[in-house]
Write a protein that binds this ligand. Structure first.
Ligand SMILES: Cc1cc2nc3c(=O)[nH]c(=O)nc-3n(C[C@H](O)[C@H](O)[C@H](O)COP(=O)(O)OP(=O)(O)OC[C@H]3O[C@@H](n4cnc5c(N)ncnc54)[C@H](O)[C@@H]3O)c2cc1C
Length: 156
């Protein structure tokens, strides 16, 4: 299952994009991959490649910040639960916004807050569509999910 949702994880990063754009001593180079790093004992240069023209350039660099963690590793779930286009898992009331909701949700009650499109399967933390994406939120969501797992088990 895969609905069309705008990932809030991406929207939440907009303030960073704006801050960077408004900082005069930061130069943004778009459509570019870092393809190699070099230096004798510490980083001295990075080689970058324009993904459109294929042009490669080696420029001096003292540091490299690698921004990881924005892609959810949910491929292994296949289509078992509803996800957005980027792979974030849809839960709770967000499920009800999907036009196919009534085709997959057969219970008399609404989905619990961290419940996926499959009753009894819960998601919490960064992997959940709309999550605040932070350590404390992830921990809190985990605790919340346990509460709803208990509730779900009481139904059985
Ligand atoms: C570069 C970076 C900097 C950050 N800085 C901060 C910060 O300063 N403050 C802050 O609050 N948050 C920060 N965060 C965000 C924070 O790390 C996350 O919000 C938090 O780790 C989310 O917790 P989680 O349990 O949802 O996911 P994760 O911490 O990603 O945990 C998911 C776990 O599931 C495992 N896993 C994945 N697939 C499978 C599978 N199929 N089977 C078994 N295990 C699997 C993974 O290996 C991983 O251990 C940062 C994140 C990044 C990437």
């Amino acid at each position: 299952m895969s609905g069309s949702y705008v990932s809030e994880q991406v929207c939440n990063a907009n303030y960073l994009v704006e801050n960077i754009s408004n900082t005069p001593n930061i130069k943004v180079i778009a459509n570019t991959d870092v393809i190699s790093c070099s230096g004798s004992t510490v980083l001295e240069n990075i080689t970058i490649k324009n993904t459109k023209t294929g042009e490669e350039k080696t420029v001096p660099a003292k540091a490299l910040f690698i921004y990881i963690g924005t892609k959810p590793g949910t491929g292994w779930l296949n289509d078992i639960v509803l996800k957005d286009k980027k792979g974030f898992i849809i839960t709770g009331s967000e499920l009800m916004k999907d036009k196919t909701f009534h085709t997959f949700w057969k219970l008399d009650r609404e989905p619990f807050l961290p419940e996926t499109s499959v009753p009894g399967i819960f998601a919490s933390g960064d992997v959940r569509f709309g999550a605040l994406a932070g350590s404390s939120s992830a921990v809190g969501e985990g605790a919340l999910a346990i509460r709803f797992v208990r509730k779900y088990l009481e139904e059985m």
